[in-house]
Design a protein around this ligand. Structure first.
Ligand SMILES: C[S@@+](CC[C@H](N)C(=O)[O-])C[C@H]1O[C@@H](n2cnc3c(N)ncnc32)[C@H](O)[C@@H]1O
Length: 211
């Protein structure tokens, strides 16, 4: 679902960019490492595109396809990312249907990034199934999430709009990834009494997959 005006202003602010650059990116790099050279990446819920920039410059992606439900955010991201030329492809669309938004094929990406978006999605299990579908065997999902515990606090309830049913805890999110066939193991952590979750998950190679 779309963000309200307050949260949109927060997401477009310098403090949000600082958090993404100085905390979330180093934490995800520690848990999941850099991308392999030539990596083709998908970012879901790219917002104003600052995460996309970090995926290119800090994680070492070669190309990034990025999607967001809000066309105004996609316009912002397009302006921010113009200097990367055809290394970035942007689209307005829904993470639960990446075929419609980006014509995303099965197993088409080396990595997928979720910077704080899945808790906005009513059918968040469908979003994880779609992410698992487009990740190639051996590919990696980097996630950074707000959990049900944070969304239940007074400040989130008063200031932001989020789906109210079927919210996830950190443990619930990781369990659903494992149910979708992605392997997380111990590469995840919660912060501030379980309010925030960061981690990585791999889509395992099977016997028939070329390495
Ligand atoms: C909290 S913002 C995060 C933006 C950016 N990734 C960041 O970390 O600053 C959540 C973003 O998810 C987008 N969003 C919400 N529901 C979505 C959906 N179903 N599919 C794609 N994007 C969605 C919103 O428009 C918003 O830009």
């Amino acid at each position: 679902m779309l963000m309200n005006r307050f949260e949109t202003a927060v997401v477009n602010s310098p403090p949000r960019r600082a958090l993404q650059r100085f905390y979330e990116t180093p934490t995800l790099l520690r848990l999941g490492g850099m991308l392999a050279p030539g990596a083709r990446v998908l970012e879901v819920g790219c917002g104003p595109g600052y995460g996309t920039e970090l995926i290119l410059t800090r994680f070492g992606a070669d190309r990034v396809d990025a999607i967001d439900l809000d066309p105004a955010m996609v316009d912002r991201a397009r302006r921010r990312l113009a200097r990367f030329g055809d290394r970035v492809r942007l689209a307005a669309g829904d993470v639960t249907d990446l075929q419609a938004g980006l014509d995303a094929a099965d197993a088409g990406y080396d990595a997928v990034f979720d910077f704080a978006i899945i808790h906005h999605v009513e059918d968040w299990r469908d979003a994880l199934a779609e992410i698992a579908r487009v990740l190639r065997p051996g590919g990696r999902f980097y996630f950074d999430q707000v959990t049900a515990l944070a969304l239940a606090t007074r400040s989130y309830r008063w200031l932001t709009d989020h789906p109210t049913h079927d919210r996830f805890t950190g443990e619930g999110f990781v369990a659903e990834l494992e149910r979708q066939g992605l392997q997380v193991g111990t590469r995840w952590a919660t912060r501030i009494r379980g309010h925030y979750l960061l981690g990585v998950a791999d889509r395992p190679l099977t016997n028939g997959d070329a390495r």
